[in-house]
Write a protein that binds this ligand. Sequence first.
Ligand code: PGA
Length: 244
Amino acid sequence: MRERWVIGNWKMNGTLPRNAALLDALKASAPTRAKLAVCVPSVYLAQASALLAGSAIAWGAQDVSANADGAYTGQISASMLQEFGAKFAIVGHSERRLFNAESNEDVAKKADAAAMVGIRPVICVGESLAERAEDRAEAVVCAQLAACAEVLAKFPALAILAYEPVWAIGTGKTATPAQAEAMHAFLRRELAKISAAAANVPILYGGSVKPSNAAELFAQPNIDGGLIGGASLVAADFVAIAAA
Ligand code: PGA
């Protein structure tokens, strides 16, 4: 039985009072049987750990340095995240690939740095609209996955994969359940080539997941939950998605 997770990605949103209200609402209403987590801006990890400690909701970061320590101004190491109780670190989100020029190799190093200290890397893969139109979607995600093959082989119990078609992120355009399932099944076959244990790595879907489409997406055989952006900022929506 594969694990199922619903993980919120707050991106660069939040204020201390807004976060407190959101986290309190989640604690009060989140379904206890769902595995739920929020990935917050790193400056709010202390707040998340203070408010969520002892609850069923886990927390994490949206990025991590590939380096352990030293002269890397502005970067945050995995062991620093660990000090604040972070269970997850998103790596290779398409916005970081785009705005911070992160390569597949950078993403693999970050995933490895997180897993080395026991933080679960949520490795994001996904194709752009142009790549899909050119029929290159599978080749693109395959290359993104291949760069992380070593990490996936080393840490199959920690790693989580997230398929996030770039054209569906924040656009309101969701991949249809059939489109998403086709790519998840493809990724599952690629994971199985790495190892039997890697074949059981959870694959989350991300990209405009909402309460209205979550149940149908999560019902697909190879979709093990979601990575939720916009809807994770609204307690009622995030809770409804978790319930799905
Ligand atoms: P979205 O973002 O749910 O707002 O589309 C998903 C993500 O980027 O992780």
